[in-house]
Design a protein around this ligand. Structure first.
Ligand SMILES: CCCCCC/C=C/CC(=O)SCCNC(=O)CCNC(=O)[C@H](O)C(C)(C)COP(=O)(O)OP(=O)(O)OC[C@H]1O[C@@H](n2cnc3c(N)ncnc32)[C@H](O)[C@@H]1OP(=O)(O)O
Length: 266
């Protein structure tokens, strides 16, 4: 995700980091900011696995990480205590709200798999460019983990791909391959892997060509109702998450899923 202001001004004290986060590190790894203990300065962020920059601070496309984001860190949702779950979920809400309501132009350059929480951050951007690789699936697959997407994930999905497509994809936990993601409108462009960043930057330029104040007011007008719905119910949403995730059956499902992931690796 490229934050326009940071890019235009050349990392003005931003939080760009060189390391690539491990899979499943949203939210604390995705933007490389510990949102549980620090205010999230989205207005000066680079993607933590920015693929390097040239002397002008513009990105260079030499790195293809295979994983845009593996979604929320499942280890944060397993075997912990209710206070931990509450703090974690508050941080997830905060990350999404700040991304979704940012006045910056945000373009997601999706150069890897993008399930669940990864998809929701991409959906919070203004525009999505996905690399054309059949392994780079995108979507909300929560049901396959035995959990349900919260209402605000669903809202963002519906806003982007419509009610019927969301209903079907959410129930099936469907992860769209690039061609289908484009067809359904989940992403705006699918391009060869080595053109993801250049395309994202062209998109960025297109959005930045619009007068800022008009674009920002329009963005807010389009997004406010969806964000307000969560803002009105933040505490209830946290309580719902905690009681859901604390259930023995849900803990069991998540552990089984994590174990499968680890075995698949071996
Ligand atoms: C009202 C209640 C509401 C509840 C709502 C809760 C919402 C949750 C939203 C989410 O985001 S849930 C997470 C969904 N994510 C996934 O299903 C993705 C799972 N991961 C994969 O499919 C693959 O890892 C990948 C992303 C396709 C990448 O494949 P790759 O082969 O490159 O990596 P792996 O070798 O599989 O994984 C490396 C390593 O990472 C672990 N891991 C992967 N994903 C996660 C994760 N999301 N959380 C924690 N850990 C994850 C995996 O187990 C490996 O670990 P190891 O210890 O190194 O073996």
């Amino acid at each position: 995700v490229w934050a326009a202001k940071a890019w235009r001004e050349g990392d003005p004290g931003g939080t760009r980091a060189g390391r690539r986060p491990r899979a499943g590190s949203v939210p604390t790894g995705f933007l490389d900011v510990d949102v549980t203990s620090a205010p999230l300065a989205l207005e000066c962020l680079y993607t933590p696995w920015a693929p390097g920059t040239d002397s002008d601070g513009a990105p260079t496309p030499q790195d293809c990480p295979r994983v845009f984001s593996a979604g929320l860190d499942l280890t944060e949702m397993c075997g912990r205590n209710p206070a931990h779950y509450a703090e974690y979920w508050k941080a997830v809400q905060e990350l999404w709200l700040r991304t979704y309501l940012s006045s910056l132009v945000l373009v997601a350059a999706i150069n890897g798999a993008c399930p669940a929480g990864g998809c929701i951050i991409a959906l919070a951007c203004d525009c999505r460019v996905l690399a054309d690789n059949p392994k780079y699936h995108i979507g909300l697959n929560e049901t396959l983990l035995g959990i349900t997407a919260p209402f605000w994930f669903k809202d963002a999905y519906v806003n982007t791909i419509g009610h019927r497509a969301s209903e079907q994809a959410l129930q099936l936990g469907y992860l769209f391959p690039p061609s289908e993601a484009l067809q359904v409108g989940l992403v705006d462009q699918v391009v060869p892997e080595d053109q993801v960043l250049s395309t994202a930057l062209s998109e960025m330029a297109r959005w930045l060509a619009v007068p800022d104040h008009a674009r920002q007011l329009t963005k807010n007008m389009m997004r406010k109702a969806t964000a307000d719905r969560l803002l009105r119910q933040r505490d209830a949403d946290i309580q719902n998450f905690v009681s859901f995730i604390c259930r023995d059956s849900i803990q069991k499902s998540l552990q089984v899923y994590l174990e499968k992931l680890r075995q698949r690796k071996g």
